[in-house]
Write a protein that binds this ligand. Structure first.
Ligand code: ADP
Ligand code: MG
Length: 288
């Protein structure tokens, strides 16, 4: 592209709320064939809310109170939803808290071990879930994310959370598809919930149960086959944003994600991803 076309392109992007840090990004963007998306906070609002509380021991408040005592130590969006529900419930003292990325948390009260997290966390700790598997499947089938609460070797409750899909996410997937680009969603969520969300989005492919540190490996693998853009918002998206040919950060995301990215979407709107790709095509075609 000519320097003038690039300058005009960057200026046009800025007007649209698509901040392009350097000129070469436009040329690299034109050669992208796959766009990977983080799910939570990127394609969804990133503000999950509690839809169901199923006590297996005690009542709802016991389950929420116990979960919140642990989650008070986490900044995960799921943690925020649980803690805000527990405002009027006294918390329990926990110590030796351990965060397990992509899975949940484990802490100890004076006499018990408390676990809050997904099915993998419970499987890793050999906690039997056979007797509640129908209930879990039912909730997952509704597109909800399951948070299990366990005490010692036993589940004591199930909390289901749901996160709204951003209004323009399906439109963005459609536009990218029409441009001939493959769309892929990458998420730490379980396969059933992820598949239901993906169907609503109309996204091409889903990679679920991805641990935070594996996002960067997925980007590297996909780059063997062509240009890859990664769109994300979180701290743990930063390595993938940096490793992609084009890293695209959501403006309301974390500073670290925005620093690692080549493009920042000020309006937090997924539809600005195809808009950025269109802009790149226009700028590059202007010289050929
Ligand atoms: P994502 O951004 O796709 O949700 P994460 O890696 O943040 O991916 O989390 C993956 C999964 O791990 C979540 O869907 C949830 O089931 C579980 N998890 C992670 N952190 C927590 C937490 N603090 N409380 C409960 N569950 C958690
Ligand atoms: Mg995210």
């Amino acid at each position: 592209a000519t320097p003038t076309a690039v300058t005009v392109g960057i200026g046009r992007g800025a007007e649209l709320g698509i901040l392009i840090k350097k000129g070469e990004t436009l040329e690299v963007s034109e050669r992208i064939s796959t766009v990977l998306f983080d799910k939570t906070g990127t394609l969804t609002e990133g503000e999950p809310y509690i839809t169901d509380v199923v006590p297996l021991k005690g009542d709802e408040n016991d389950v929420i109170g116990l979960a919140a005592s642990i989650e008070a130590n986490s900044r995960h969006p799921i943690a925020r939803a649980i803690v805000s529900r527990a405002e009027d419930i006294p918390s329990i003292k926990v110590h030796e808290l351990k965060s397990i990325p992509g899975k949940g948390l484990i802490g100890f009260t004076n006499s018990q071990r408390i676990l809050v997290g997904n099915i993998s966390l419970f499987k890793d700790n050999r906690i039997p879930l056979d007797h509640i598997k129908d209930m879990i499947s039912k909730l997952q089938g509704e597109g909800k994310t399951i948070v299990l609460v366990g005490m010692d070797q036993e589940p004591v409750g199930i909390i289901a959370v749901s996160d709204k899909i951003k209004e323009n996410s399906p439109r963005a997937m459609k536009a990218l598809g029409e441009m001939g680009l493959e769309t892929v969603m990458v998420t730490g969520d379980n396969p059933i919930t992820a598949k239901i969300v993906a169907e609503k989005l109309g996204i091409g492919r889903v990679l679920s149960q991805v641990l935070p540190e594996d996002k960067v490996n997925i980007v590297a693998k996909m780059r063997e086959k062509g240009g890859v853009a990664f769109v994300g918002d979180g701290i743990n998206d930063a390595p993938a944003l940096a490793a992609a040919d084009v890293g695209i950060a959501i403006g309301s995301g974390t500073d670290i994600a925005m620093e690692a990215a080549d493009i920042v979407l000020v309006k937090d709107d997924p539809v600005d991803v195809p808009a950025a790709m269109q802009l790149a095509r226009k700028v590059v075609s202007r010289v050929k």
